[in-house]
Design a protein around this ligand. Sequence first.
Ligand SMILES: [Zn+2]
Length: 191
Amino acid sequence: MIRLGKRPPVPDTLKSQKVKQMKKSVSKKIQAGEQIRTTDFRPYWRENDVKTAIWRHHHKKCCYCERKRDLKRESDVEHFRPKAGVTEEKAHPGYWWLAYEWTNYLFSCKACNQEYKKNHFPLLPNGRRAFKEEDDLSDEKPVLIEQDLTQAPGKIRILSLMTRFLRVNSASARGSRLKKGFDGFGYLRIA
Ligand SMILES: [Zn+2]
């Protein structure tokens, strides 16, 4: 578990005109009924101010395996809610409206992000999936992370993935499908 303090202020890149333009162009595609792909998004989240800020905030550790990572090598800015598709919800276009949202970023290893997390975003059985910008994210109840209500606002607790995951797995049939997707985390950490 990594305890995070309050997230630092939104980096300048994410407030820039180019990001605003990008959001508009993706939004237009969605309105036109087009399918969004990862390559439709320019990766402004990799810009130095964004990546450095999230790296420092996460104590230089991958949010999933908690190993310390160099900023330049073996690291990604990971979209907590995937931007272009959700593995557990085939009809979902992805949380495209959060692609440049500061609070949707986590710092992770390339391996954890690209080999294991990918587009997974499982919810607990009582969670309600947000499909569009107006939907309330607080109804979702994600498996991977939770707001720690015992802490002051702004602090989040990242749970050990496997611990939480296994709890879900034993509690529901839905869980057994999740297990398949997240098997890869098994060796990393079971708290
Ligand atoms: Zn990792």
